[in-house]
Design a protein around this ligand. Sequence first.
Ligand SMILES: NC(=O)c1ccc[n+]([C@@H]2O[C@H](COP(=O)([O-])OP(=O)(O)OC[C@H]3O[C@@H](n4cnc5c(N)ncnc54)[C@H](OP(=O)(O)O)[C@@H]3O)[C@@H](O)[C@H]2O)c1
Length: 334
Amino acid sequence: MTSEKAVTGVPTVALRSGARIPAIGLGTFGSDRFSPQQVAEAVVGAAEVGYRHFDCASVYGNEKEIGEALQTVQATVAPREDLWITSKVWNDSHHRVIESCEQSLSDLRLDYLDLYLVHWPFPNFHPPHCDVTSRSPGAKPYIHDDYMKTWRTMEELVKRGLVKHIGTSNMTIPKLRLVMRDAEILPAANEMELHPHFQQPELFEFVKKNGMLPIGYSPVGSPKRPERDTTPDDTVDIEDPVIVRIAARLGIHPATLCVKWAVQRGQVPIPFSVTPRNYLANLQATVSPPLTDQDMRDIAAIDRNCRLIKGQVFLWKDNQTWEDLWDVNGTIPQ
Ligand SMILES: NC(=O)c1ccc[n+]([C@@H]2O[C@H](COP(=O)([O-])OP(=O)(O)OC[C@H]3O[C@@H](n4cnc5c(N)ncnc54)[C@H](OP(=O)(O)O)[C@@H]3O)[C@@H](O)[C@H]2O)c1
């Protein structure tokens, strides 16, 4: 049942196919903190207040519970065609994309996904919850031929009707250039870390200019991410004086302002929350009066190039730094 509090008029954004995706989604990575059941309850609660887009992944370990939740949502809130469900193939399954997608479909109790992403461009497996110093013994750099073998099976999913769109995640401009050169079906979206202290302006513009949708993860700056994903230099978006000042003027939480800014900038944020007050506020922020041009300029100016999800576990040789994963010199290190 859609709640009386349900937010209406949530904007949507067109993909290159013409399909429209809700301009905000609910993240579902409960990390070490929230049980699959808690996340599944948030999915139902969020749908009741008006969310129609859910960002899932097999590695989040909760697709079965979310599948139950989606059954409830379809029975009581909205039909399947009104929902947008994303999932992702994990790094240990680049060679078995079809099986992995079928497993996600079965767990989520769906006939098709709206969007299926290659979660990371590295096939380097590491156990869930491992420390950032953990390395996979067979770790490899990005090997484009291998990625394209994976991409061909992603394309096969579209041809078989199991997924409507395919996309990338955690990519860089050099890697995306190669994929765009060789793909038969171009990526519809690139999911990437985006928040006020990490705006990735160059990649953001590249993605948009090339007809892909930027989906922004950790839009609030992931304030409750696990200790293993923090370093001493990390900055905190929701404590930034500019964010705090504008949020106070609008009478909203700084986290909500981050989400509002993201939608207005043109990325699709997928904030995680299991707290009804917070996920409702984030949704309401998509329909409240826009930020001023001055607000947008002020927030553009606080970018700190502060990547939070550095991906150290994907490194493939000794004496590397996490920057090697992100092609910071414009080339793909081997
Ligand atoms: N593709 C990828 O590789 C990748 C990587 C990371 C994440 N993701 C996706 O992106 C999603 C979001 O990223 P994230 O979970 O890292 O970080 P996030 O959405 O930036 O931060 C989530 C945290 O912010 C708090 N929060 C959210 N809205 C709030 C509000 N209005 N007021 C106060 N606090 C608020 C939540 O706490 P409460 O629960 O208490 O509200 C939650 O702990 C994930 O769940 C996942 O779906 C994808």
